[in-house]
Design a protein around this ligand. Structure first.
Ligand SMILES: [Zn+2]
Length: 196
């Protein structure tokens, strides 16, 4: 979730111009966790869904022999600085933050991906194309996330993926199911691989 109305999510943007095609390690960042639940609708917690999708992305990437680092592997709180600091330990990495969305207008649904640099834009585009194809929900496109960013501490190309709106009852019921999370993960992974 990242927007002006419900700004519990924070986009971590990149400070450098590292070429997206040169990355070796993928930093996966399941948004929220611990005391920060993110969006919560109809008994569904975004923080939990983010972790489920991230685990699936991790497994798919590892199957492709791509090194993966997770900022969290359990329901713990991490500050944004801590997330960025983890990413900044690695050279030639890309940072992929995984979220689910929410809006007070509960008719809104779809997937969208944010970026904040030219290199991030390329990754975002690759992910968004495949994520929307797999999940078969509305393609809300890629968006410049600089307007939402509150931190600029990661040194690698970074994107923030919104895998669906849990404020929409139909989409929430899909997002909560393992098969949907698997489809979202496949889309993210194919986009990451395409960006190599
Ligand atoms: Zn979020």
């Amino acid at each position: 979730m990242i927007n002006g109305l419900l700004s519990l999510c924070i986009l971590i943007v990149c400070a450098t111009t590292t070429l997206a095609g040169k990355y070796t390690t993928v930093i996966l960042d399941p948004g929220h966790g611990g005391k920060d639940r993110g969006a919560k609708w109809g008994g569904v917690s975004e923080a939990y869904l983010n972790l489920r999708v991230a685990f699936k992305v991790e497994a798919l990437l590892k199957a492709k022999k791509i090194p993966v680092v997770m900022t969290r592997r359990s329901d713990i709180f991490l500050s944004l600085s801590q997330r960025a600091n983890i990413a900044n330990r690695y050279k030639d990495a890309i940072f992929v933050s995984i979220h689910f969305n929410a809006h007070s207008n509960t008719s809104i649904k779809g997937v969208e991906t944010f970026y904040a640099s030219a290199s991030g834009r390329r990754i975002a585009s690759n992910i968004q194309t495949r994520l929307s194809a797999y999940t078969k929900t509305r393609n809300r496109g890629i968006k410049n996330g600089i307007g939402y960013a509150v931190l600029n501490r990661t040194k690698c190309p970074a994107v923030l993926v919104e895998c669906g709106f849990i404020s929409n009852s139909y989409e929430r019921s899909r997002c909560a199911q393992s098969w949907y999370q698997t489809l979202a993960a496949r889309g993210i992974v194919e986009g990451i691989i395409k960006s190599r």
